[in-house]
Design a protein around this ligand. Structure first.
Ligand code: FEO
Length: 619
């Protein structure tokens, strides 16, 4: 019997759940089952988004037939060819002759690899590429390529009419739907976040750059619903999942704390790991522990994406790392784990090698700091070695204040001097936002800053996602803000606002070399105050991210008036000059960029200052 869910009058979930599957992809245990989502749009033309896994194909076919109400199927959009979404393709084509497959060129290669089809590929396949559209009556579907999220052929589809993103594997989760369809019908944080993380880390964790690229493309869309191929449909509170994706794909931890994974044959290595965990807890540090011999690797991989510090404790086995620990370390390296502090404990009754071998394997990972403090056991832990465990715990504790993860200022963290008068300089003005990642300094102009609370002292800033500075803040969570004053020359706006710092040093050739206590640059001249912030939270708002930050220092630099947006337009920004040949076009009111064209598309973005079409006016 069919079991479908209505999403909108002309959009239905026609997928199915599998609670019998022992191992998803043959690797990942799915104790709570898994859903294979498929969506049917019943516009003037009918469109099916992907098919299903073999395990549920019967229910899926019943669902499609019921939702179609005896109409024919016009299009099958194949977004992802992994068989959990495509196994029923052959049966579907047989059931609905005349259906046209909509896919990209790579997908077609995979279709031919997976299936021997009696199908007219020349006539009945519509090959699409980036931003191609398909009109189905009331709806226009735009196709957006998302390679390696999670296979190379993956694309997502944006319904421009209803502002729905059909997101393929992105934003999915393990777990059957159990009668609910929308994420607001479940307790995401309490009941499902762990499974979302386990799904992300294990399925697409390796492809952080590609996920970031998709997030960037999605940020330019106005989205009212996200329909993934697994798990729940999102129709509100998008920041809950997008914020997690932003962190996970940047390989930034979600929480300060220590994940301890141990491999212990007779309990001695476990004993040392337990004592370390107790010592860390006594220092107020959160810990979680996993025995790698009994905990599925996928759970430990997910925990490694969650926590800031990792400890691996392993006995030596056949002159190498214990089997399950070696598998785990290989798996973590394969999943591209980055930006973590690691401590290693080894055990070996006659020739301990596991510690050095673990260190060697982790060396290939980006920005993994391996602590010098270590412990080498010969069989059992001895009294005199307790100090070595304590040294590891102390080194981890010492490492905490220097981390770059979202957190409020802790009670024992003494902020630098804060002059509250600096906060009085905030207006609807213009600000230079400066950041630093490694040796790279960068900055951009922003126009939205406000104080939101006094105790703790917090501010909010809005940063356009198109800015490289945005991505750097997402990673480092620390910034400086210089409030520009009325004496600011146009040169500052050009320098920080009209070019990207991705391939350019924005500070080169200019005397903006002052640094605050946090080591980041700020603008001393033509700014009347400087505020340092440490991000405690952030929210995705389409084109911009709102960062909430604790003020860690604030200083007044001058008594000049803050420049307002109005002042900038009237007194600083040069008036745009029409081109001498009087070509038709549009000029950006913000930066003066001229786009020579008869018309300006609604989604046009200024290549210089990244403002939208609404900020352009005809020449
Ligand atoms: Fe759910 Fe990559 O397949």
């Amino acid at each position: 019997m069919h079991c479908i869910k209505k999403i909108k009058d002309d959009l239905f979930w026609v997928g199915a759940n599998d609670r019998r599957l022992a191992m998803f992809e043959g690797v990942y245990s799915v104790a709570k089952g898994v859903s294979y989502n498929s969506y049917l749009l019943t516009d003037e033309k009918t469109v099916l988004f992907d098919t299903s896994d073999n395990a549920v194909h019967q229910r899926f076919m019943e669902n499609v037939a019921f939702a179609l109400k005896e109409r024919k199927l016009d299009y099958l959009v194949v977004q992802h060819m992994e068989p959990d979404h495509s196994a029923a393709l052959k049966e579907l084509l047989a059931m609905y002759p005349g259906v046209k497959i909509v896919c990209n060129a790579k997908t077609l290669v995979f279709i031919k690899q997976f299936f021997d089809l009696n199908f007219n590929f020349e006539k009945d396949v519509i090959i699409v590429k980036e931003n191609d559209t398909l009109n189905t009556g009331a709806h226009t579907l735009k196709f957006i390529m998302a390679p390696m999220v999670h296979w190379p052929e993956v694309m997502v589809t944006y319904d421009e009419t209803d502002k729905i993103l059909f997101s393929a594997d992105a934003f999915g989760t393990f777990g059957a739907l159990n009668g609910a369809l929308f994420s607001d019908e479940i307790d995401f944080e309490k009941d499902y976040l762990d499974e979302y993380r386990r799904y992300y880390a294990n399925i697409v964790g390796k492809y952080g750059d590609q996920v970031q690229s998709l997030l960037k493309k999605a940020s330019s869309l106005s989205i009212e619903m996200i329909c993934p191929l697994h798990g729940f449909v999102w129709r509100n509170n998008f920041s809950a999942i997008i914020n997690k994706y932003s962190l996970w794909s940047a390989y930034q931890p979600e929480e300060k704390g220590v994940m301890i994974a141990y491999a212990s044959v007779y309990g001695n290595t476990e004993n040392a790991a337990e004592i370390l965990s107790c010592s860390l807890r006594e220092k107020g540090i959160k810990t979680v522990m996993f025995d790698v011999s009994v905990t599925p690797a996928s759970e430990i991989i997910a925990a490694s994406f969650r926590w800031s510090h990792l400890v691996f404790a392993s006995t030596t086995y056949n002159a190498g790392i214990f089997i399950s620990m070696e598998d785990l370390i290989n798996d973590l390296v394969a999943h591209n784990i980055q930006n973590r502090t690691v401590a290693v404990i080894e055990n070996g009754s006659w020739a301990a090698t596991s510690g050095e071998l673990i260190r060697e394997k982790l060396k290939v990972c980006n920005n993994i700091k391996i602590l010098e403090q270590t412990l080498s056991l010969k069989s059992g832990l001895k009294e005199e070695q307790l100090s070595e465990i304590d040294a590891i715990a102390q080194a981890i504790a010492k490492d905490f204040p220097q981390e770059n993860i979202p957190a409020s200022i802790s009670k024992d963290e003494k902020p630098a001097f804060i002059d509250n008068n600096a906060l009085f300089k905030l207006s609807y003005g213009l600000f230079v936002l400066t950041v630093k990642e490694g040796d790279k300094d960068n900055g951009c102009i922003i126009n939205t800053v406000m104080q939101i609370t006094a105790s703790p002292l917090r501010i909010l800033i809005a940063v356009n996602k198109a800015n490289y500075t945005h991505d750097m803040i997402l990673k480092t969570k620390v910034f400086n803000l210089s409030v520009l004053s009325e004496s600011a020359p146009f040169q500052i706006f050009e320098q920080f606002g009209f070019c990207s710092g991705k391939n350019k040093n924005k500070f080169e050739g200019y005397n903006y070399n002052d640094r605050a206590e946090n080591g980041l640059r700020f603008i001393k001249e033509h700014a009347n105050c400087m505020i340092s912030g440490k991000v405690s939270d952030f929210y995705d708002y389409g084109s911009h991210t709102l960062f909430i930050a604790d003020v860690t220092s604030a200083a007044v630099l001058s008594e000049e008036r803050s420049v307002t947006y109005q002042y900038y337009f009237e007194n600083i920004k040069p008036k745009p000059q029409p081109p001498k040949d009087s070509k038709k076009g549009f000029v950006c009111k913000i930066c003066g960029y001229i786009h020579e064209s008869e018309s300006l598309p609604d989604d046009f973005i200024c290549p210089l200052c990244k403002h939208g079409a609404e900020d352009f006016e005809p020449l």
